[in-house]
Design a protein around this ligand. Sequence first.
Ligand code: SF4
Length: 156
Amino acid sequence: MILVSACLLGIECRYDGRSVRNDYLLALAHKAVFIPICPEQLGGLPTPRLPAEIVNGDGFDVLTGHAVVVDSQGKNVTAEFVKGADEVIKLATIMNIDMAIMKERSPSCGVTCVKRDHILVQGMGVTSARLTEQGIRVITSDKICEEYVRHYRHWK
Ligand code: SF4
């Protein structure tokens, strides 16, 4: 079983009420059990919602209280982002999950980078950082390409 950012599977849970469907992933949906998660919804934020960014750090910094998440109108939504990450960890624990495919560039799900002031900066989103802390392997959605399709047999 693999946790997957729900928007990659065509679920319209993004801040703008849309999805970012990844057809490579959908092609694999019958080969592995995908568990769709949207940390921002699980944290209690509505859809659609205002876009948000991590200020002064990345997801690890948010989890240690050294950075915050702020929406485009300046509202601090750190608590919702951390709650969403915690809810995902609950699910991962219940389901004994050790792998997640997460939407790159998101302040929750980003794996190698997140957006800040409309540019990409290195660092993980809040939920990907939390999953990593728990020893769960996190794969960027940008890597879901032919390489993974070729090796799907090794997926749990
Ligand atoms: S990137 Fe993550 S938090 Fe954002 S819509 Fe997709 S699943 Fe939800």
